[in-house]
Design a protein around this ligand. Sequence first.
Ligand code: ADP
Ligand code: MG
Length: 627
Amino acid sequence: MFKDLRASTKFLILCLVSLALASVATYALLAEKQIAISFARSEIVGSKYLALLRPIYASVLKTQSTRSPDDRQSAAAARSIDSLLRANADSGGLLHVENVVKALSAVLEDLDRSNSTNNSAQANYLAALESLRELAARIGDDSKLTLDPVLDTYHLGNIVVTRLPAALEQLGQAQLLARTTEAANISFDRKPRLIALDTLLRANIDGVTKDLGIAQRGNPDGNLKQLLDPAAASFATSTRAYLDALRAFIGAGTESAAQSNASYAGAVDAALGAWDATQNRLEQLLQQRIDDLSRQRLISLLVIGALGVLALLVALLTYRDMIVPIKRLAELANTIRKTKNYGLRFKHESRDEIGRLGAAFNEMLGELSAAREREIMGQAEISRVSRLATMGAMVASIAHEIRQPLAAVVANSHAGSRWLTRDEPNLNEARAALESIAENGHRANEVISSIGAMFKKNPNRRVPVDLNEVVSNVLNLSRGELQSRKIDLHTRLASELPRVPADPVQLTEVLLNLTMNAAEAMNTTAEDLRVLVIASALETDGVKVTVEDSGVGIDAKNTEQIFEAFFTTKPTGMGMGLAICRTIIAAHDGRLWATPGNSRGTVFHIVLPFGENANADHALWTADQTV
Ligand SMILES: Nc1ncnc2c1ncn2[C@@H]1O[C@H](COP(=O)(O)OP(=O)(O)O)[C@@H](O)[C@H]1O
Ligand SMILES: [Mg+2]
């Protein structure tokens, strides 16, 4: 079905499919970038909320310092809690931290109210630290900060979401243990816990250093190292210093407690500082990623747009230079087929395939018109030759036809002179002989003038013609031939036939051909059955003449083929007669066809239209003459 579609339809389908393909590809590309951008945006949101935890950590952890938190710190922590409580709504459904924040704020309130040394205060303190770490982890999860280890920001994210909150919690726990131990003298069961916390913290310091190292490897320009190394180093050093002091304290007792208190504050500050620096850098990297993605998206859009415009241009050019010319060529071929005007040419000035096709088409047209001219000339010549051939076959009968009246003239003149040279001349007989001479002279003249018409070259004139006259003319020429072939001739001619516009000589040729064909078809018919009927009649669409024989008939499969040039079943036939007859009749806007005869033989029918000026000048003719 597709192959029957018009070229322009196929082209349209191609364009639409390409358009759909391009749209899908563009959409996929943009969607992919959009997903990556919103991913990074959610990470930035998470990072911003993580920043809110810092003042709370500061405020909580400093309750264990010798310096209690000042009002400024408490106020900052309270503001952070407020902001965090709004986080759910502000993050547009990204964070689900409400319950954790509520728990945290309850714990913090309790912590504020309680005395720092009693047991419930310690429990609240530990619960607050745990809540804070949990919150950090939740924010990290919800904002996907530590979701994809492939991203360059993963390790920085891990530091701010996991490592540092854990380190801060461990610092806080260690300090609580140290302080309570200080008050109640060191007990055996707390010592191992302190040692365990010491190990965990050192492991955390290593973890931060390791994450940072990996993050730096993914950051070839080195500014990450420059920016973060000092903060990380300070965190490592102060935390180690604190741990060392703590060990000394565990080993030595109360004098070292003051020292460990001092380095505790330093370690907390350093950890919060490292957190701050890492987080800032993380946000910068995320923002940079968003910018890169947006730029890439813009470039992709521009490239796709440019390609789209280019594709449109190519499509337009293809339509103009291929589809339209092909359509024009097809139309031209159609026009030429209908009008047979081989003088038309295809105009297309290009050197592409279409141009070459057009040139080849034009050349072919040139050859066609030359061939057609040759054919027309050839046909005219063949027609003349065939006419002469038909005439050649007629010569014998014509000679016979003329010899008869001439013999009669000679005989009558002898008889007449005899009647006159008698002793008593018989004038009546002599007059009768002279009349007979005149009559036979007339007859000879008729035959001769009928022949004269046949030998004119290129007659081609239209005059009102009485078809009955043409029939009689043809019979004048062929009567002798028909007689010698023992053919019984009947004519059934309609009287008062209107004249038709025609070339009488050409019509004579047609009828002569049909008559000779009929005579030849009856060669093998028994002599008493050889009948030729020529009839004329008035039909609604013109004047009809039929030539019917009782000959061999025509094979049903050949009823059309016999009209083709060079089709013949006769050993010496040319096969041109009927082809010429049909050409002549068609040139008169008439029709010529053959049907089987009633009992045997064949009927040839000619219908010639009345023409535009059908006149009332009817020929008179007597019906049913029998020879
Ligand atoms: N009256 C007819 N009866 C039977 N066959 C005919 C008759 N007229 C024509 N034909 C067939 O048509 C063929 C073509 O006729 P024509 O074109 O006059 O060429 P030709 O007479 O040279 O063969 C003949 O060879 C013959 O087979
Ligand atoms: Mg013939």
